[in-house]
Write a protein that binds this ligand. Structure first.
Ligand code: PGA
Length: 273
């Protein structure tokens, strides 16, 4: 597989917050602020609500990569309320977020359903952004490593090695997400990224570095700088702190030079997306 240059991945899931017009003004402002940022170095992506996707693609196509927050696995059928991979491709999207903890917790998403969606996404040339992470109780029981390995192995079940380079991963400890979240200590997050990288290496020898692993959960301007210096953290998947374009841009401006310094000094992870 031919790998492209290594990149920093910074993105945000807008959850169920912005209307169509709010999404468009956010994206337009973010595109303007980041106009001069080298897209060979930065992969900038936003994941808006379904209703705003069409307008979002039209507003910033080519400047900001866009994705959907979920997807069903079937191409079409009697699945009222669901959205198919074909429908997402129809919008010219290329990313689909799968298995966010809010979907697992409130909407019955399981490792098995995430796996079906991952396979369907790959079939349609969408990039699956798979979210994994332990709950506080699992962390307290000391089973976070087992939990992450289980989530990862089931999510990737049946993914051939020729397609592993399309996958993006986000480590998002459930206890770190949202208003009540406690941001993970950067060293702890780094060690969990290493667990994921090692599991990838077991499953796909020689290809683990093709998968960018992003950290998410109460990322803010201050902790972003520390998190990105961890060797196995390839990017940040940000919620609240990225929902104002100017604040997101501040994070980008702080993190990108630190990331460049890190990759100049350390071993290079080659990425395909
Ligand atoms: P947060 O959200 O940054 O607001 O904690 C992160 C996420 O849910 O991905």
């Amino acid at each position: 597989m031919k790998a492209e240059k290594q990149m920093l991945y910074l993105g945000s899931n807008l959850k169920m917050y912005k209307t169509i017009s709010e999404t468009v003004s956010f994206l337009t402002r973010l595109a303007a602020l980041t106009r001069d940022v080298d897209r060979e170095q930065l992969c900038l992506f936003i994941i808006p609500s379904y209703t705003a996707l069409d307008a979002a693609v039209k507003a910033v196509h080519g400047q900001i990569r866009l994705g959907a927050q979920n997807m069903f696995w079937a191409d079409s059928g009697p699945w009222t309320g669901e959205i198919s991979p074909i429908m997402l491709k129809d919008l010219n999207l290329d990313i689909v977020e799968l298995g966010h903890s809010e979907r697992r917790r409130h909407f019955g998403e399981t490792d098995r359903s995430v796996n079906k969606k991952v396979l369907a996404a790959l079939e349609h040339n969408l990039t699956p952004l798979i979210c994994v992470g332990e709950t506080l109780q699992e962390k307290n029981h000391g089973i976070q490593v087992e939990k992450l390995r289980q989530q990862l192995k089931i999510a990737l079940y049946g993914v051939p090695e020729t397609r592993i380079g399309r996958i993006w991963l986000a480590y998002e400890p459930v206890w770190a997400i949202g208003e009540a979240g406690i941001p993970a200590d950067p060293a702890y997050a780094g060690s969990m990224h290493k667990v994921l990288r090692d599991a990838l290496a077991e499953l796909y020898p020689g290809r683990a570095n093709l998968v960018p692993i992003l950290y998410g959960g109460s990322v803010n301007l201050d902790n972003a700088a520390h998190l990105i210096q961890e060797p196995e953290i390839d990017g940040l998947f940000i919620g609240r702190a990225a929902w104002q374009a100017d604040s997101f841009y501040e994070i980008i401006s702080r993190v990108l030079p630190l990331w460049l310094e890190k990759v100049k000094g350390g071993p290079t992870h080659e990425k395909t997306h």
